[in-house]
Design a protein around this ligand. Structure first.
Ligand SMILES: Cc1cc2nc3c(=O)[nH]c(=O)nc-3n(C[C@H](O)[C@H](O)[C@H](O)COP(=O)(O)OP(=O)(O)OC[C@H]3O[C@@H](n4cnc5c(N)ncnc54)[C@H](O)[C@@H]3O)c2cc1C
Length: 406
């Protein structure tokens, strides 16, 4: 949609009016916009930097792309379409209507005003490149018959939530015309814990946590702070979702270990000091009572009795050194035996895709095929939770559309 709008706008600014058509296999465009951000669409984030993105692209490449359409320009673009955005405390930007529909309708209006033709229920099954001088360069085979085009912008997304139409079919089409596709895996996806793990009994409880992934030497490879939600299958919430893509990264560091700290600002030693001081100052206070002041009650209770086997009613002064240290370990580095993730059906984005070094950053033009442009999630760049993936789509879509029209 962004590519189509900006292709039309760029050409019209030069007094031309090429035909711009959007083909989509789905019956309606923009399914993900409607479900994004819990139906409110987290359009972007007030601060977007290359550090918010992962994948094979260099920081510098991502920076160049992000610079091409800043958050300020994105906000102004949506305002021009009639969508005012508001910033929430987390820095996420949502439409002031709190309705994703506002965003999707505005993009449709912009396409219609620019004269973009939308052909839904047209799944692209093949893209053939024809020799120069032989009429239009591309032959696009669709489920509704063939079309020709001089330029093609490829925006087929990844594999996350395949029911929306983004089922990864686009990768194969691109491979056929010479592109490569790196290994892909679900990202921003909930994590599954070992069957029967005690945390799965705490379904619905959220805590602030810092998740740390460490490698074979014990060195921390990645840390993710944020809300962690316990579910009947394992872990969800921003911290787990943001961590998910990293669990399959760092393959050379296997076996990797994931741990959670529920006192993210304290080291083991600092926390042990806190407990020693507490035992001195409040010797008769129950361990459970002391813990409940810091963590949700049911969580505190379960960690003590189920995980550590410590009686919650035990006075602080009678907590043995061994149990105190076990408790401090549990609170600063609890092992999380993740056995997998919930897969593409529950993922928000795909890690991996077409390497960024196969496109020219300034234009998103394919280096393998003249006249072809790539944008969005089909590329090997994925962002963290918070509006970053849409920002990537807005930036790259705009670059690709403009360049294709020029
Ligand atoms: C549940 C959920 C919530 C999300 N929430 C947010 C959020 O709040 N903020 C955020 O920044 N990101 C969010 N994301 C991620 C974001 O939606 C995507 O990163 C973004 O939509 C990618 O845009 P895209 O245009 O590259 O691909 P997509 O939006 O996936 O669009 C690809 C389109 O290509 C079509 N297509 C695929 N193959 C073919 C083919 N062969 N022929 C024709 N058409 C084809 C599909 O039908 C689809 O319409 C969320 C994702 C999910 C799943």
């Amino acid at each position: 949609m962004m590519a189509a709008i900006f292709a039309k706008r760029a050409a019209q600014a030069e007094g031309r009016d090429p035909r711009v058509s959007v083909f989509d296999g789905a019956k309606k465009l923009g399914a993900k916009i409607l479900i994004a951000g819990g139906g409110r669409c987290n359009v972007t984030h007030d601060v977007v930097s290359p550090a918010d993105y992962f994948g094979g692209a260099s920081r510098n490449t991502v920076k160049k792309v992000l610079k091409s359409f800043s958050v300020k320009e994105t906000t102004a673009f949506f305002a021009e379409l009639g969508v005012e955005l508001k910033r929430e405390d987390t820095g996420k930007l949502f439409p002031i209507t709190d309705k994703a529909r506002t965003v999707l309708d505005a993009l449709h209006r912009a396409m219609s005003n620019a004269g973009v033709e939308v052909l839904t229920d047209h799944r692209v099954t093949n893209l053939q490149v024809r020799e120069a001088g032989d009429g239009p360069r591309f032959m696009i085979q669709t489920s509704r018959g063939p079309f020709t085009a001089d330029r093609v912008v490829f925006a087929t997304g990844g594999k996350a939530l395949p029911a929306t139409g983004s089922d990864g079919g686009g990768y194969a089409l691109l491979q056929r015309i010479g592109h490569s596709v790196t290994e892909t895996w679900p990202a921003l996806v909930p994590l599954v814990l070992q069957d029967g793990h005690f945390l799965t009994e705490l379904s619905g409880i959220a805590v602030d946590a810092a998740l740390t992934l460490s490698g074979k030497t014990g060195k921390a490879l990645y840390r993710q702070d944020g809300a962690l939600l316990f579910t009947h299958f394992g872990l969800s919430g921003p911290a787990a979702m943001d961590m998910s893509r990293h669990l399959r990264d760092y393959a050379d560091q296997a076996p990797r270990k994931l741990t959670a700290s529920f006192c993210p600002d304290l080291t083991f030693e600092q926390l042990e000091r806190v407990w020693l001081d507490a035992a001195e100052q409040h010797p008769t206070r129950a361990v459970g009572t002391h813990l409940r002041g810091r963590l949700p009650e049911r969580f505190a209770q379960t960690v003590l009795s189920r995980y550590l086997g410590v009686e919650p009613e035990l006075p602080l002064s009678r907590l043995s050194r061994e149990d105190r240290r076990a408790l401090c370990h549990a609170l600063t580095a609890m092992p999380l035996p993740v056995v997998g993730d919930r897969g593409y059906k529950f993922a928000e984005v795909t890690a991996g895709g077409v390497p960024m070094d196969e496109v020219t950053t300034a234009t998103m033009a394919s280096k393998q095929c003249e006249g072809l442009y790539l944008c969005g999630e089909v590329l090997d760049v994925d962002g963290r939770i918070g509006g970053y993936n849409f920002q990537w789509a807005w930036c790259t879509g705009r670059l690709a559309g403009r360049a294709a029209a020029m």
